[in-house]
Design a protein around this ligand. Structure first.
Ligand code: ADP
Length: 419
């Protein structure tokens, strides 16, 4: 193993695994805290579900993963979070990054969620989603981690007792040497976390070269695109090859959506127009969960005989707010996640093997419920989302999508790609 990665949610892990695999590293995604011996591969991405849990738990789980990765040879640790820097003032990006630095005896790292291919760019430390600032994007309404401040230097400063700083684009565009010199200057001022501006992939390639010797790197999946080349230059990684197609699993295909992000809402609308779709009534779920799940399963098993189907809890921001004020934000999220996970296992029992899941937290719940321990990474379906195949028996073909990824036709594209 060359690179050991820790991701704070499942779709984020898949997104990073996709990036590494497309840049020529054989990559395996492991679900949850790893145990035993690692598979023979260039990079391992440990997928935690630590984005919104209490910071001390996120730190404990991340440290356990880090120790296992180091013990099995990882030369560098990469901490992956969302390209929209999803977090709260309590963490968990700052506390986990600090704990990893302490664990490895290091005093400096970077933070860069930029993902230009998906419209996430950083300028003067401010994160943009497409043409708008993060705080003006739909992320301000996120059910669990509303993002109300676009200045990442300040966002991160609220999550760590240490100093945060910036490497601005004017420096980044000059290349790895200039970035490394900026690291030295920031460190001399006692800065421990540097936000890095990045507008285009070339910026991330420069950054990749500049972080070759850091013990810990933190970022979205984009900031990892330059890392495989470091290992190649060091003679540790062979020439880049195309990602191989995955073995087919066959059978019906279902889309499960627990994401209420703007991109998902458009995808739900597009799929509902063409295929049978079931909207989960959250109020009914609260009054009689088992009955509600039973009804969905009965409906889906029948429909799946003839067509791909969609089951969703996704709802527009005003509806989500109403549900949250009635049932509580966390409680509503957890009950919906559990229900979608139970629907997935019910469908798996009836033979369904192809699942498209929308939502990071939702994907975590589904994959855990299906008992999946590790994923093989296949070709990309859409930026940030590869086709994957679970290890073990039975094998599931899975597409795990972060809320805001994919175009309106993503669900159909994904079902097509999962053979
Ligand atoms: P995303 O990737 O879009 O952020 P996640 O699955 O990570 O999606 O998070 C969405 C959260 O919102 C989940 O906890 C989910 O259960 C919850 N949720 C989904 N639909 C609704 C709804 N209609 N009302 C309230 N919460 C919802």
């Amino acid at each position: 193993m060359l690179l050991g990665c820790i991701a704070d949610d499942f779709t984020g892990a898949t997104d990073l695994a996709n990036t590494l695999s497309r840049h020529g590293m054989r990559t395996v995604q492991i679900i949850g805290e790893p145990t035993g011996l690692p598979p023979d591969t260039d990079a391992i991405v440990v997928a935690l579900k630590s984005r919104t849990i209490p910071a001390k738990d996120a730190v404990a789980q991340s440290l356990a993963a880090c120790r296992w990765l180091k013990q099995h040879g990882a030369r560098q640790i990469y901490f992956k979070y969302c390209s929209t820097f999803d977090s709260t003032d309590a963490g968990n990006i700052g506390p986990v990054a600090d704990a990893l630095l302490d664990e490895l005896g290091s005093s400096f790292t970077i933070a860069c969620p930029a993902f230009p291919e998906n419209g996430r760019t950083i300028y003067m430390g401010h994160l943009f989603v497409g043409q708008v600032l993060l705080s003006d994007s739909s992320m301000r309404h996120h059910p669990l981690t509303p993002m109300l401040d676009s200045n990442l230097v300040n966002v991160l400063a609220r999550q760590t007792p240490h100093r945060t700083g910036l490497v601005a684009h004017a420096t980044v565009k000059q290349g790895a040497g200039a970035i490394a010199a900026a690291f030295a200057e920031l460190q001399s001022r006692g800065i421990r976390h540097a936000i890095i501006d990045a507008i285009e992939d070339i910026d991330l390639h420069h950054l990749g070269e500049a972080v070759a010797n850091l013990d810990v790197v933190t970022g979205g999946s984009g900031a990892a695109i330059g890392l495989p080349e470091n290992f190649r230059k060091a003679g540790l990684l062979s020439k880049r090859e195309n990602v191989k197609p995955l073995a087919p699993v066959g059978g019906g295909g279902v889309v499960l959506s627990g994401s209420s992000s703007a991109a998902t809402l458009a995808q739900v609308a597009a799929m509902s127009a063409k295929h049978p779709a079931f909207a989960i009534d959250v109020a009914v779920l609260f009054s009689n969960k088992d009955k509600a799940i039973g009804e969905v399963l009965l409906w889906a098993v029948e429909k799946l005989k003839a067509s791909p189907t969609l089951i969703y809890a996704s709802a527009p921001p005003e509806k989500v707010s109403e549900i949250q004020s009635r049932f509580g934000r966390e409680k509503a999220g957890a009950v919906i996640e559990e229900a979608i996970a139970a629907i997935a296992t019910g469908l798996a029992k009836s033979g369904v093997r192809r699942f498209v899941v929308a939502g990071g937290e939702t994907s975590g719940a589904v994959v855990s419920a299906l008992g999946v321990k590790a994923l093989e990474i296949g070709p990309q379906i859409s930026p940030g989302v590869p086709a994957t195949l679970s290890y073990g028996e039975p094998r599931y073909a899975l597409a795990l999508k972060s809320g805001n990824f994919g175009g309106p036709e993503f669900f159909s594209e994904a079902l097509e790609a999962l053979k």
